[in-house]
Design a protein around this ligand. Structure first.
Ligand code: ADP
Ligand code: ADP
Length: 244
């Protein structure tokens, strides 16, 4: 069953030197519970595709065509409050640099707790804090670390916190855009193993954006290859990798 059905998506950037067709007619169906990786060289449109799903494309970019069906609802037809309900709660996102969206002035536990309250998943402050502790433990961070600030954690731990914050909202799909590119290989493997565990134990659907086809091959069920804004190949990971 498809949790996400992207149809003929087109995303342009309007630059001084012309229109960049970053995503140029991409159709892609993502099954519930699978791990799909989007691979391709730098500039092929992977991030633009990923950011389009929760509608995070900002000027000079614009989604100019297509449909993004999430559980049958076209996200491109939603606005304002209705759209925000899908962000985080249904569609989680993790980026390369977790400091970009972890507030340096608030403890990691309070950030997760606040977002649980905001999304109505906890009904009191103490319940939210307890759930935030659970989320931290789920990603291998002891719950008593909830009181630290992001800068007190290592890069790998910050990325774990980012994943905890995303997964605490129980999204159906987690979109991870180069989540381990800034980390060393040992930490990279730990983060990937963590996402695999979430997929296997919680039925989380994972969409990984990476330029690293080896990494994609190791963890994915399916791989989609982008080139110059188009999806040029898609299939089971082992088929895509063995096909030069
Ligand atoms: P990838 O994630 O595969 O590296 P991107 O989606 O980041 O690819 O970029 C696709 C194309 O869109 C590239 O040509 C890139 O230069 C262009 N692009 C991305 N973001 C912007 C932007 N904010 N303004 C203008 N062009 C952009
Ligand atoms: P990094 O390698 O960037 O420091 P990791 O998240 O891989 O980030 O782990 C960092 C350190 O955190 C580990 O070396 C370990 O000492 C500690 N750590 C990781 N998981 C746990 C855990 N479940 N309990 C206690 N400490 C942990």
């Amino acid at each position: 069953m498809a949790v996400l059905d992207i149809q003929d998506l087109k995303v342009h950037y309007y630059t001084l030197t012309g229109i960049v067709r970053a995503v140029d007619g991409v159709s892609l169906s993502v099954n519930k519970g699978e791990w799909i990786s989007i691979v391709g060289e730098s500039g092929s449109g992977k991030s633009t595709l990923a950011l389009s799903i929760p509608r995070l494309i900002m000027p000079p970019g614009r989604i100019v065509g297509g449909r993004i069906l999430y559980s049958g609802v076209d996200l491109l037809s939603l606005a304002g409050e209705e759209l925000r309900r899908y962000r985080g709660r249904e569609i989680g996102m993790v980026f390369q640099d977790p400091t970009a969206y972890l507030d340096p002035y608030r403890t990691v536990g309070s950030q997760i707790a606040e977002s649980l309250l905001e999304h109505g998943l906890a009904s009191s402050g103490s319940e939210a804090e307890s759930m935030a502790g659970d989320a931290l433990e789920l990603v291998g961070i002891p719950r008593d670390r909830a009181s630290v600030y992001p800068h007190q954690l290592s890069g790998g731990q910050r990325q774990r916190v980012a994943i905890a914050a995303a997964v605490a909202l129980e999204p159906k799909i987690l979109i991870a855009d180069e989540p381990t590119t800034a980390l060393d290989v040992v930490v990279q493997a730990k983060i990937m193993d963590l996402m695999k565990k979430l997929q296997e134990e919680r039925g989380l659907t994972v969409m990984l954006v990476t330029h690293d086809i080896g990494l994609a091959a190791e963890y994915s069920d399916r791989i989609a290859v982008m080139y110059a804004g188009e999806l040029v190949e898609i299939g089971p990971a082992e088929d895509v990798v063995s096909n030069p």
